[in-house]
Design a protein around this ligand. Structure first.
Ligand SMILES: [Zn+2]
Length: 301
């Protein structure tokens, strides 16, 4: 078994870990670097100057990845655009490196060690600043498939909705993501929210205290997320399970679950989808580390 240094690089932070035999040991987390030199500095800092005790680096990040080596385009980390990280790691550290899209990595983590172990087909959604997701399929005696999706950019309420970061109007992400809700709560309460509290946590506190505005907002968001899921279910009768992760989803699910389930009850066309299990990822936030280490091992071990 290889010992792999893994990086889960997001728009806000980069999490570094060590993975051996599918066990993740989180090492450090930093604010996202802003250049390749910044990335190199963070890797050296985590490893106290040396990285050679690892068999290689597994790198997961948002965006389009080619051949598990090159980042074609990363929406929030443009300094990674067109970089061949495999070559970079070889020339910078003299070490092997394989790269994966973060949702693909999370999907593989979920298949191998999480809530989709033994499941034929499931969907995984990250309910966070954005809304990401994938579909995973496992066919006996064949390679598992992780099919990338862009559930945040499904348009569920016409083209008159708010402007999305992708440039379109009416995307789910522009209304039902943690980022969209954060913006709305800020608009509603502005300076009344203590500066050290994330507006989404303020919403949680208010909902926990039974405040009608907060419960109503969670109802609206829950129905929106439920609508996205039920449309997906109606396109794919194989889906057996919905797995969610991401801070906004994990914290808010207790207030959204009944609304999500109601929408699915009403809208699902396959009878086995009416009460489909909606479960929190067991490996979050480490799924991407497990997945990218698995991809590394597929190539190198
Ligand atoms: Zn969009």
């Amino acid at each position: 078994m290889a010992k792999i240094f893994t990086v889960d690089g997001g728009g806000d932070k980069f999490a570094y870990a060590s993975v051996e035999n599918r066990k993740v040991i989180p090492l450090r987390t930093f604010s996202s670097p802003t250049s390749m030199d910044g990335l190199k500095d963070q890797i050296l800092k985590v490893n106290h100057g040396g990285i050679k005790r690892y068999d290689g680096i597994g790198f997961a990040t948002a965006g389009e990845v080619q051949n598990h080596t090159t980042i074609v385009q990363s929406p929030n980390l443009h300094w990674l655009d067109t970089i061949n990280l495999k070559e970079w790691a070889q020339s910078t550290f003299g070490i092997k490196c394989w790269v994966s899209n973060d949702i693909e990595a999370a999907g593989i983590g979920e298949l191998r060690e999480g809530e989709l172990k033994g499941v034929r087909c499931g969907i995984i959604d990250t309910i966070s600043t954005g809304l990401g997701g994938c579909t995973v399929i496992r066919i006996p005696r064949a390679k598992e498939l992780v099919i990338p999706g862009e559930p945040g950019h499904m348009v569920n309420f016409g083209l008159q909705g708010p402007l999305c970061g992708c440039g379109k109007f009416g995307c789910n992400e522009a209304r039902y993501s943690g980022g969209a809700v954060r913006k709305r709560v800020k608009q509603l309460f502005g300076d009344q929210i203590p500066s050290d509290i994330d507006p989404c946590r303020f919403l949680d506190q208010e909902a926990d205290n039974g405040r009608p505005w907060a419960l109503q907002l969670y109802k609206e968001v829950g129905e929106g997320i439920g609508l996205g899921w039920v449309n997906t279910l109606n396109r794919n009768g194989w889906i057996e399970r919905i797995v969610y992760m991401g801070k906004f989803g994990v914290y808010g699910m207790k207030h959204m679950r009944s609304h999500i389930e109601e929408v699915i009850q009403i809208g699902a066309m396959f009878s086995h989808h009416k009460n489909i299990p909606i479960v929190q990822s067991r490996v979050w936030p480490n799924g991407a580390h497990i997945g990218v280490a698995a991809i590394f091992e597929e190539y190198e071990v």
